[in-house]
Design a protein around this ligand. Structure first.
Ligand code: RRO
Length: 312
């Protein structure tokens, strides 16, 4: 029997596949559907200090090759998600969860994280440093100085397991600089990648979404090579205690296999989950297991990070 179980920090997951933040995670009902699916866990929609309506619609569109979105961080406020994961963790058989969070300023981020630190929540937190869609708010993780400052302050008071959601980087120097910063902190994981920010998709003569004259975060097939490169670049550079979650362009067992080969300990489904719904976890799990069986791998640790180069 092949197994797709995995661990992140001290947490055990029966399946290395889960949703990506932003997809199937806005409401308790959606989160419950992921909890009841074959997914190993769920991550919540990124919660902010106050609830937000987000950008005007249409703000998400599927295309033949993926998706574009400029949701603008709509969410019910972090307490809604904190209350739900705290409630669920007491239920027998509950999966461990990820609570995605960010403030609209460093101050707000600290207020939120201090509240989570003081709460009964024992699970993982994913600090979203890479939302591309709030007008006037640049992606935090493209500003290395601010990123380092926020992490420095966070780890003075935050003692529970915490990881960060990263935007894609596109230059080797940026991989080096970012990894140098992350390696200074007791991060449990980094999640590569958020959508590729500020793309533009056109149909006939028209943009597909309303906010920002059509500019939005790109997901799906378009982003897989960038996602794999980011997963592997950080796998090569980060200290072993910082694990990698791979997100971007996964729509088959083969794609999940490639993320794990690049070093991912867990793999998230975004666009494909939006397109197919929670049953997709069963399909992709079966496809991944079939590949593992054919290659003689018994568990994901057997091939994690074992990408082969020409010079080996
Ligand atoms: O809500 C969004 O517009 C959004 C967020 Br917070 C994010 O992190 N990534 C994305 O593609 N969209």
């Amino acid at each position: 029997m092949v197994s797709v179980q995995t661990t992140i920090g001290e947490f055990h997951f029966d399946n290395c596949l889960m949703n990506a933040a932003g997809v199937y995670c806005m409401t308790r009902e959606e989160l419950a559907a992921i909890e009841q699916s074959e997914a190993g866990s769920f991550v919540t929609k990124t919660g902010t200090f106050k609830e937000r309506k987000g950008n005007p619609e249409p703000r998400y569109a599927d295309t033949a090759l993926g998706s574009i979105n400029s949701m603008g961080l709509p969410n019910h406020g972090y307490r809604y998600y904190l209350d739900y994961v705290t409630e669920l963790q007491e239920q027998p058989g509950s999966k461990p969860h990820f609570l995605s969070l960010v403030g609209l300023s460093p101050d707000e981020t600290h207020k939120i994280l201090k509240d989570v630190q003081a709460s009964d929540y024992r699970g993982l937190v994913e600090l979203n440093l890479s939302c591309p869609n709030v007008p006037g708010k640049p992606q935090i993780a493209y500003d290395f100085e601010t990123t380092e400052q926020i992490l420095k302050e966070v780890f003075t008071y935050y003692k529970k397991p915490l990881g960060i959601k990263l935007p894609p980087y596109f230059d080797i120097v940026h991989f080096d600089q970012a990894a140098h910063i992350f390696n200074q902190f007791p991060l449990t994981f980094v999640n590569c990648i958020n959508s590729i920010g500020n793309g533009l998709i056109i149909e006939d003569e028209h943009v597909l979404i309303k906010p920002k004259n059509g500019f939005g975060g790109i997901g799906g097939d378009y982003v897989k090579p960038t996602a794999l490169a980011n997963v592997h670049a950080f796998y090569q550079r980060l200290k072993p205690s910082i694990q990698i979650i791979g997100t971007g362009g996964v729509k088959s067992g083969r794609d999940a296999f490639e993320h794990i080969l690049c070093g991912a300990s867990m793999v998230q489904l975004g666009t494909v989950l939006h397109q197919e719904g929670p049953e997709v976890f069963g399909r992709i799990t079966a496809e991944l297991k079939a590949i593992m069986t054919a290659k003689g791998y018994k568990n994901v640790a057997d091939f994690r990070g074992k990408l082969r180069y020409f010079n080996n």
